[in-house]
Write a protein that binds this ligand. Structure first.
Ligand SMILES: [Zn+2]
Length: 544
C-alpha cells in the first residue's frame, strides 16, 4: 500500500500548486511506454508537474501560468545530442564557413573574404571543408597561400580527421620536408617529398600545438553561440567529447547561471586516473553539468581513409586504414577506467576498429564483472555482420550519427564496396538484435539538428537525392525508434534516464514543440519539420 498512498499525497500537493507553464491541445509524444501519448503537460519550476489530458492540465492553470496552445502540434522530450564537440562547434560558428563550398573557387573566395575581416597575424581556424564537394582533390597550401598572405591558416575537414595549413602556419610550426612522420597519422607530401599542408589524424598535433589557445572570453562566446544554435534545433542536452580545459568553460557558465543546455562532458580516455580523482573529490556534478565519461579513439574516419578495416579499401587496395592507439593501451585505459566506475566511450568506425574495441569490452567484462558499465562505441559505422549481435550481448550502446549516413552514403560505396555497405550505419540490424542506439550529430562534423537526423535514419535518402528509396533501405528505422534514440535511450547512454529523456512526472521539464506531427507525415517531409519552441528546465530557451 505504500506506493498508492504516496502517489495520492503527491497528487494532492501538486494539484494545489499552480503550473508555471502549461502546454495544451498538443500531441504529446511522451516516450513513456506506459502512456506514449498525451494531450497536455504542466510544468512547475524546473520539472514536469503533470502529463495528461487537457482537462487534467486545465486544473493546474492559474493567474501566473504561461499557457502555450499547441493547436494540435507535436511535443516531444527535449532532444539529447549524444556526440558533440560543443566548443569547437560554437567557435566554428564565428569562423570561416566552408562546409558547403562546392568548388575550389568557392573554397578560395570564402577564405579570402574571411581573411579580410581578421587582423594580420591572427590564426584562421575551423572551416569544416569537404573535398568530396569538388570531386575529391585534396586542397594544398599552394591553393590558399596567395589569398592568405598575412594570416596563418589551420582549417579542418568537416570530420576533424584532416587539417590544412598554409605556408605561414607551417613556418610557425617549423614543419619542413625533414619533419618525420607521426604514428597514427600522416603528413601528406608532394612528389618532391614536400609537405602539401594536409595533416591527417595524429599528425595534426604537429601544427595544432602552436595554435594559440582561445582566450576565456572567446570560449565563453563560443559556448553561448553553441547553446543558442542547438536550442534553435530542439537540443536540450549534449554529450560533449572534449578536453579537460573545456570543463572550466562549462563551470564558469554553470556558476554564473548561463547554462541553457545540459552538458555531459567526457574527457580523454588516457586521463582516466585524473577523472577518477576528480570524481572522488568533487562528485559527478548535477543535472546541468555532469562528468564521469572518458572518450577514446581506436581509428580515424572513412572520408580520410584512416578508419581501420579488416580488408583493404575498395579504392585503395594496399590500404586498410590505421589505428590511432595500440590495442594494449586501449585495453589498459578501458580496464582502469571501468575499475574506477567511469564510463568508457570509444570512437570506432571501421569493422576492424569496432571488433577490436568489442573484444576489449568483452575482456574487461569477463575480468571485472562491472555492475553497470554502459560501454559505448561512438560512430559504429561499418560493423562486420558477425559483430552486430555482440552489441546487445555485451550491453554496448551504439552511439551513432544518422546524418553521416546520408552524407557519406553519397560516396561510401566507392570506398568500401557494396558488400560492406550492407552493414554500414546498420540501425535496423542493431535494433533487431536488441542493441540500444543513442543518436547524435558529431557537431561540428555535422549539423546538430535532430530533425535532420530523424529524417536520415527513417529515409536514408542521401543528401544528393540520388537514392529516393533510401541508401541500403533495409537499414531504415521508424520515426518512433529514431525519437527514442534521441531521447530516452540517449538519456540512458549518459546514466540520466531517471532525470530526463521522457515526459513524466518529476522529470526535468525539457521538451520541444514542433510544427508538425512527425508520426503523421510522409517520411520525405520530415526534413521540412521545424522547431517552434524549446524548453529546458522549465525555461523557454527558443521560440519562434
Ligand atoms: Zn566526434
Amino acid at each position: 500500500m505504500k506506493g498508492p498512498i504516496l502517489l495520492m499525497l503527491a497528487t494532492t500537493t501538486l494539484a494545489a500548486q499552480q503550473a508555471s507553464l502549461a502546454v495544451i491541445h498538443a500531441r504529446v509524444w511522451t516516450g513513456n511506454p506506459a502512456m506514449p501519448w498525451a494531450e497536455a503537460l504542466a510544468v512547475r519550476d524546473e520539472t514536469i508537474a503533470a502529463v495528461g489530458s487537457d482537462s487534467d492540465i486545465q486544473k493546474r492553470i492559474g493567474a501566473h501560468t504561461r499557457i502555450v496552445d499547441a493547436n494540435g502540434r507535436m511535443v516531444t522530450p527535449g532532444f539529447i545530442d549524444s556526440h558533440v564537440h560543443f566548443l569547437m562547434g560554437g567557435a566554428n560558428l564565428t569562423s570561416v564557413q566552408l562546409r558547403d563550398a562546392r568548388t575550389k573557387q568557392e573554397f578560395l573566395s570564402r577564405i579570402q573574404a574571411f581573411a579580410a575581416t581578421v587582423p594580420p597575424g591572427t590564426w584562421i581556424t575551423g572551416g569544416d571543408w569537404d573535398h568530396q564537394n569538388w570531386g575529391g582533390e585534396l586542397p594544398s597550401k599552394e591553393w590558399i597561400d596567395a589569398v592568405t598572405p598575412r594570416n596563418p591558416v589551420w582549417i579542418n575537414r568537416l570530420d576533424g580527421h584532416m587539417n590544412l595549413a598554409n605556408s605561414r602556419a607551417l613556418e610557425a610550426a617549423k614543419i619542413t620536408r625533414a619533419t618525420p612522420e607521426v604514428p597514427g597519422g600522416a603528413i601528406v607530401r608532394n612528389a618532391a617529398g614536400e609537405p602539401t599542408g594536409i595533416f591527417k589524424d595524429n599528425a595534426q598535433s604537429l601544427v595544432q600545438r602552436v595554435v594559440p589557445p582561445p582566450s576565456p572570453a572567446m570560449q565563453d562566446r563560443a559556448l553561448d553561440a553553441a547553446m543558442q544554435y542547438v536550442a534553435e534545433r530542439g537540443v536540450t542536452s549534449v554529450d560533449h567529447m572534449g578536453a579537460w580545459d573545456d570543463l572550466a568553460v562549462f563551470e564558469r557558465a554553470a556558476n554564473t547561471g548561463r547554462l541553457r543546455t545540459r552538458i555531459y562532458a567526457a574527457v580523454p580516455l588516457d586521463s582516466w586516473d585524473r577523472l577518477a580523482k576528480t570524481v572522488a573529490e568533487h562528485g559527478r556534478g548535477n543535472g546541468w553539468l555532469t562528468i564521469g565519461a572518458l572518450k577514446g579513439f581506436v581509428d580515424g574516419s572513412l572520408g580520410s581513409h584512416t578508419a581501420a578495416f579488416l580488408e583493404p579499401f575498395t579504392d585503395a587496395p594496399k590500404d586498410s586504414g590505421l589505428l590511432v592507439n595500440t590495442p594494449e593501451d586501449l585495453y589498459r585505459w578501458t580496464a582502469g577506467a571501468t575499475k574506477a566506475g567511469l564510463q568508457v566511450v570509444v570512437h570506432a568506425i571501421g569493422d576492424r576498429a569496432i571488433r577490436l574495441q568489442l573484444d576489449i569490452f568483452e575482456r574487461v567484462e569477463r575480468e571485472q564483472h562491472p555492475a553497470d558499465p554502459r560501454f559505448r562505441i561512438e560512430h559504429a559505422q561499418h560493423i562486420a555482420p558477425s559483430d552486430i549481435p555482440r552489441f546487445a550481448g555485451l550491453g554496448v550502446i551504439a552511439s551513432m550519427q544518422p546524418y553521416h549516413c546520408i552524407d557519406d552514403g553519397r560516396w561510401a560505396e566507392k570506398v568500401i564496396g557494396p558488400e560492406r555497405s550492407r552493414t554500414t550505419y546498420a540501425f535496423r540490424s542493431l535494433l533487431d538484435a536488441h542493441a540500444r542506439l543513442a543518436f547524435g550529430s558529431d557537431w561540428f562534423v555535422a549539423p546538430p539538428t535532430p530533425l535532420e537526423g530523424i529524417y536520415a535514419a527513417v529515409t536514408r535518402r542521401t543528401l544528393d537525392d540520388r537514392n529516393p528509396g533510401g541508401w541500403i533501405p533495409q537499414q531504415k528505422i521508424t520515426v518512433e525508434e529514431a525519437l527514442r534514440a534521441y531521447t530516452s535511450d540517449a538519456a540512458y547512454a549518459q546514466f540520466a534516464e531517471k532525470l530526463k529523456g521522457t515526459l513524466a512526472l518529476g522529470k526535468f521539464a525539457d521538451f520541444v514543440l514542433l510544427d508538425r506531427d512527425l508520426t503523421r507525415i510522409p517520411p520525405a517531409d520530415l526534413r521540412n519539420a521545424q522547431v517552434r519552441m524549446t524548453v529546458v528546465g522549465g525555461k523557454v530557451v527558443f521560440e519562434k
